[in-house]
Design a protein around this ligand. Structure first.
Ligand code: HEM
Length: 189
């Protein structure tokens, strides 16, 4: 089992050690079942690794919250109809599918992340305030499968986000339409 050591000189090191110490206690508790170091390839989930996972989970939970707000917003204030492109209805159908897939991946990725945590028998920390206990006992094989799915979904999400942003740029600079510009507040949709 390897621990991550802090090795920075001067005031920076002092601050990093304080931060590490504060989070180490809190995080070690949540991740105690990782202390065998197996899941993280030899690294104990303490210090910065634990802090990184706490931030990761808090960010993922925030994605779920923001997604819920966005879905309510979209239902109550639907987007304007798509602007016609030189490629016709095919592109519009592809973009509708891509938007649906983006929402589905934004929901599924953090949801499966929560399953990874529970499958490891670990509690789910809610922003360091409270924890939801795992409803399951630790099942390493199931946790491994869930982790694979979680990573695959996360990779698909990143790829689709890049494709989506590229498509927006194509609208703006190649088709020269208002698809991107009309997202700005104050511009007629
Ligand atoms: C949209 C939100 C999320 C994205 C994009 C995401 C992405 C990822 C990625 C790429 C990994 C693989 C890291 C690696 O091993 O290289 C990972 C691992 C993991 N994620 Fe997430 N995640 C999200 C939300 C969550 C949430 C909400 C939780 C739980 C509350 C979570 C729990 C985990 C766990 C337990 C691992 C395994 C870490 C390990 O190797 O021990 N994730 N996530």
């Amino acid at each position: 089992m390897r621990e991550i050591k802090i090795d920075a000189p001067g005031a920076g090191a002092w601050i990093m050690e304080r931060v590490d110490g504060v989070f180490r206690d809190r995080v070690d508790h949540s991740f105690s079942s990782h202390e065998d170091g197996e899941i993280l390839g030899g690294f104990a989930l303490t210090g910065y690794m634990g802090l990184a996972m706490s931030i990761h989970m808090a960010a993922g939970l925030t994605v779920i919250g923001l997604l819920a707000i966005r879905i309510v917003w979209r239902v109550t204030d639907p987007p304007p109809p798509p602007i016609a492109t030189p490629l016709g209805n095919l592109l519009i159908s592809i973009s509708k599918f891509a938007h649906f897939a983006l929402y589905a991946l934004l929901a599924a990725t953090p949801a499966v992340g929560i399953l990874v945590q529970f499958a490891r028998g670990d509690a789910l920390p809610l922003y360091g305030l409270v924890e939801i206990a795992s409803p399951w006992v630790r099942d390493r094989a199931f946790a491994g499968s869930m982790k694979e799915i979680h990573e695959t979904l996360a990779n698909l999400l990143m790829i689709l986000a890049v494709v989506h942003a590229t498509a927006a740029c194509v609208h703006h600079w190649i088709f020269r339409d208002r698809t991107l510009a009309r997202m700005l507040p104050g511009i007629a949709r």
